[in-house]
Design a protein around this ligand. Structure first.
Ligand code: PNS
Length: 170
């Protein structure tokens, strides 16, 4: 039987402990997970980290997961999934408020690529409130981030936020 590959797409600006939890759990369900940094056009121009930096941050947190790889792609998710022979897109659902948007995206992606299903994993209860935006906001106030971000990336994240706070270029 061929490998069952799933894609986990997102902005990951930066990857949070909630994202990492979804990566770990989905890596047990599929033969291979490709975490792919993509562009959300609603956030374009607002990203704190470049695409390459976001890929690097995710790679540093997923080193121990042998069936997880990290990539970036600037086109349509449905096309990327086809090129990679992926059978599913994995998404995390935190609360009901995520559902409407994710439901729409799942239907659009399947319209473009009829072989592509979206599988939703419910967020672990400790990460329900967590988002990259909330972590960035907290970073400005020197809050301990160890419950929110993978420990490997906290120093680099905080350095970047401090630079922004001091008015420097990111
Ligand atoms: O973490 P985000 O910002 O919620 O991720 C959203 C993302 C990047 C997965 C979504 O915007 C996306 O799939 N972008 C790629 C372009 C695409 O395929 N759009 C869906 C059809 S409109």
């Amino acid at each position: 039987m061929s490998e069952r590959i799933a894609i986990y797409p997102g902005s990951f600006d930066p990857v949070t402990s909630g994202h990492l939890d979804i990566i770990r759990r989905s890596s047990k369900l599929f033969d291979k997970i490709i975490v792919v940094v993509m562009t959300n056009h609603k956030k374009q121009g607002l990203y704190t980290f470049s695409v390459d930096e976001r890929v690097d941050l995710i790679r540093r947190c997923t080193k121990d997961l042998s069936n997880v790889s990290v990539d970036s792609y600037m086109g349509l998710l449905a096309d990327y999934a086809k090129a990679k022979n992926a059978v599913a897109v994995v998404k995390g659902l935190r609360a009901g408020s995520d559902f409407e948007y994710e439901f729409q995206m799942a239907l659009i992606n399947r319209k473009i690529n009829p072989d592509l299903d979206t599988m939703f994993l419910t967020s672990d209860h400790q990460f329900v409130y967590l988002s990259s935006s909330v972590v960035k906001e907290l970073g400005h106030y020197n809050v301990d981030l160890s419950d929110f971000l993978p420990e490997q990336i906290i120093p680099d994240f905080q350095t970047r936020i401090n630079k922004i706070r001091q008015g420097g270029n990111p």
